[in-house]
Ligand binder design. Structure first.
Ligand code: NAD
Length: 264
């Protein structure tokens, strides 16, 4: 079940958190895995039995070269996980800087686009792309508009790519995690408050997700067992989507209070 024998996978943001956990699962399932990260992932790769590539996903030419390198070294590209991401500014719609907002779009959305454009050209029928979006790409959260617009973009791009690439035999899906216990939502800097507290306030499992729980969903979508699943954004959300509105109003009130009632 969910075997990935003889598959070759490339995972961006693979040096940490969800990307690393996904690499570990893929390797255990029999895949050859290249982890790519802006922070040199060689040490992590050596630890888990992956190959490493240092890569900034905002650099379209570098993404293309890295993916071509995978095919020349390993013979094929079966699975592409566009997972690298940052939070960016999370101070609120009225105060987030345009530069910061463009920065998060560059990594979280354009980085996924660069991966899909270069990866799909190299993929044969039967290949699969999984993009890491977020629950912030399915609903709104106070304070997270910059990050959220990037993730709504990833969900939209996933669906458009799925209908375009489906006839070529390439499936494209996304996962939409709730807050996950990774360095992305660590206690510092204070901006991360929004992700951690709003996730816990709105979901119906009383803890953040573990990286491996998101990796499990990515693994399923990447496997041939999910052959009929294409163009979906799969929540890994602890029940968040089941009952949102009341809690979101409470979260907005908390944010407003924290900002010194900036909206009054
Ligand atoms: P993480 O910080 O542990 O991992 C993200 C990795 O991406 C890091 O290793 C980082 O170096 C890398 N990265 C950042 N910018 C990059 C760039 N320009 N090029 C290449 N690599 C880059 O965080 P994570 O939680 O594992 O995040 C993985 C994905 O999951 C992200 O897309 C994030 O938005 C998404 N996500 C996370 C959460 C959460 O609460 N942690 C929730 C929903 C979605």
């Amino acid at each position: 079940m969910f075997q990935l024998d003889a598959k070759v996978a490339f995972i961006t943001g693979g040096g940490s958190g969800i990307g690393r956990a996904t690499a570990e699962r893929f390797i255990a399932a029999g895949a050859t895995v290249v982890i790519a990260d802006i922070v040199d992932p060689s040490a992590v790769a050596a630890e888990i039995g992956a190959h490493a590539a240092t890569l900034d996903v905002t650099d379209a030419a570098a993404v293309a070269t890295a993916l071509e390198d995978v095919v020349s070294r390993h013979g094929r590209l079966d699975i592409l996980v566009n997972n690298a991401g940052i939070i960016g500014p999370a101070t609120g719609l009225l105060s987030d800087s345009i530069e910061g907002t463009m920065g998060v779009l560059d990594v979280n959305l354009m980085g996924v686009l660069h991966g899909m454009k270069s990866g799909a050209r190299l993929m044969d029928s039967g290949s699969v792309i999984v993009n890491t979006a977020s629950m912030a790409g399915m609903v709104g959260f106070p304070g997270l508009s910059a990050y959220g617009m990037s993730k709504w973009g990833v969900v939209g791009l996933t669906k458009h790519a799925a209908v375009e690439l489906g006839p070529k035999g390439i499936r494209v899906n996304a996962v939409c995690p709730t807050g996950v216990d990774t360095p992305l939502v660590g206690d510092e800097p204070a901006d991360h408050w929004a992700v951690r507290s709003q996730s816990l306030a709105n979901q119906h499992v009383d803890r953040l997700a573990f990286p491996g729980e998101v990796a499990a969903a990515i693994h399923f979508l990447a496997s041939d067992d999910a052959m009929m699943i294409n163009g979906h954004a799969l929540p890994v959300d602890g029940g968040m989507g089941a009952g949102l509105s009341v809690q979101l109003i409470e979260a907005a009130t908390m944010q407003s209070t924290r900002d010194g009632d900036a909206f009054q």
